[in-house]
Write a protein that binds this ligand. Structure first.
Ligand code: CMC
Length: 439
């Protein structure tokens, strides 16, 4: 069977044959379809990139219909059960799991970067006491760019790896300091000898009434949650990382852009919204009324639905199991029962079934974080820490891919044809209207 597709342009009767690779045609081939030689050529229209591959990638594989998620070929469930976060981070960045020597070297490299300049602490102190932790994270990541001008040499592979290690080492520190800042507490220096998740908990809670939460079961649960969140192919924030990175902005600026995209309630911000939603629903008898509101379009069932998964999100399944382990230590967060009942009702309702809406990663994660003593405002930050690894792997892949160029989509212009400025607009003489506006 020939690997091509032939298109007939009914406007001209012309036929065009395009090669097919990976079940995909190249959008640029469409430009050959013209009604006249001086015609620009055909484009494809795809708001929100519903059916457009923007890159080739070897990092993450998702089969949304079958509910499969793999990093570098390994099933997410196997990685979550048998590996640590730094091992999986190494895998995602380097393409292979580390051998013992590589792991020792990797951990040592991350430890070296577990520190931030005093100026960065001062910078963070400038935030108001009630600043959202995601706002603090985004801004501080961008501010790091000013401390590391060497990061601008983005095509240098040594610089790339140096930045990757720096960011993975520093992001939990910035996250923890944001948390401490919002509580009016002093910053706790990292303890690099601890495990990655353990060290994060140390920076949150050392010598505090919540110190008991530095429990090994909770540290492992956080480690598993971190693994589940590392990468998810071309999601909104990863697309932002690639888009900003494609201009050769340094990785600190690119990752600030990615984190900003993650903050929205339709993406990583959904975990915070789920908890607010559960609080609003309050108790199980209010679920039917809430579901009615969803079906009438008054609000969304947050933590449900996914662009890619049209079957169960495999991460949600693992998170549900992890929740039970956490509750053994912290006591049961009653919201899990409310969430499970909400899921049960939703999954028997035709509205959700026909639209293939299932719980996603954000549906249960916040309930675990809350049981661990964290407030909803911190939840998206907990998503961003591990996702930094995925963003960086994708950024590195982008920079080293000769097929990539600066990201620059086309548009279909539907605005005015050329028109003349009104006579009242004369340079140096602002109109009465604009003067009134500035008064
Ligand atoms: N509650 C109610 N209806 C929904 C929901 C929801 N959570 N999600 C989708 N729908 C409906 C939507 O209204 C549409 O209905 P209709 O066909 O009648 O217009 C249909 O399902 C298809 O939805 P869509 O909005 O076209 O799907 P999308 O792929 O553009 O959006 C999504 C995906 C994740 C943004 C969306 O499902 C959503 O807003 N979910 C709630 C927010 C959320 O949980 N986000 C976390 C996503 S997973 C982790 C991450 O990426 O950060």
């Amino acid at each position: 069977m020939e690997n091509t597709v032939t298109v007939t342009d009914n406007r001209t009767g012309e036929q065009y044959t395009f090669p097919v690779t990976h079940d995909t045609i190249r959008a640029m081939d469409l430009r050959k379809i013209k009604v006249a030689p001086d015609d620009f050529g055909m484009m494809s229209y795809d708001p929100a990139f519903m059916n457009t591959a923007s890159c080739e990638s070897k990092i993450t594989y998702i089969d949304g219909d079958k509910g499969i998620l793999r990093y570098r070929g390994y099933d997410i469930a196997d990685l979550a059960e048998h590996c640590t976060f730094p091992q999986v981070a190494y895998l995602v960045i380097h393409g292979e799991l580390p051998d013992p020597e590589q792991e020792t070297e990797w951990l040592a490299a991350l430890r070296i970067h577990m520190g931030i300049f005093e100026n960065i602490k001062k910078f963070m102190e400038g935030f108001r006491y009630d600043a959202h932790p995601m706002g603090m994270l985004v801004s501080t990541l961008a501010a790091l760019s000013t401390f590391y001008p060497d990061a601008k040499d983005v095509r240098n592979s040594e610089v790339q790896m140096h930045c990757i290690r720096r960011i993975i080492g520093k992001i939990p520190i910035i996250a923890a300091y944001g948390y401490r800042h919002s509580k009016g507490l002093d910053y706790i220096s990292p303890e690099p000898k601890l495990g990655y998740a353990e060290n994060f908990m140390h920076m949150l809670w050392d010598r505090s009434p919540l110190e008991h939460l530095k429990h090994p079961v909770l540290a492992r649960a956080l480690d598993v949650l971190f693994i589940l969140h590392i990468d998810h192919e071309q999601n909104c924030s990863t697309n932002a990382m690639r888009a900003v990175g494609s201009s050769e902005a340094d990785p600190f600026l690119s990752i600030a852009g990615a984190a900003a995209a993650l903050a929205g309630p339709l993406h990583g911000g959904a975990n915070e919204e789920v908890l607010k939603m559960l609080d609003k629903i309050g108790s199980q008898e209010n679920i039917p009324e809430f579901i009615r509101g969803v079906k009438e379009g008054k609000h969304k069932l947050m933590g449900f639905g996914h662009r890619v998964y049209k079957n169960y999100d495999p991460r949600a399944r693992i998170i549900k199991r992890t929740a039970e382990e956490v509750f053994e230590v912290t006591g049961r967060n009653k919201k899990i029962d409310l969430a499970m009942e909400l899921e049960r009702i939703a999954l028997t309702d035709d509205y959700f079934v026909s639209r293939k809406l299932y719980p996603n990663v954000d549906f249960y994660s916040g309930i675990i974080y809350e049981a661990m003593g964290l407030e909803p405002q911190m939840f998206t930050v907990l998503f961003a820490i591990p996702r930094a690894v995925g963003w960086l792997a994708q950024w590195q892949e982008l920079i080293n891919d000769p097929a990539q160029k600066i990201a620059r989509p086309r548009q279909i212009y539907t605005g005015y044809e050329q028109r003349k400025l009104p006579d009242s607009y004369t340079y140096g003489a602002p109109s009465e209207e604009s003067l009134a506006y500035t008064r």
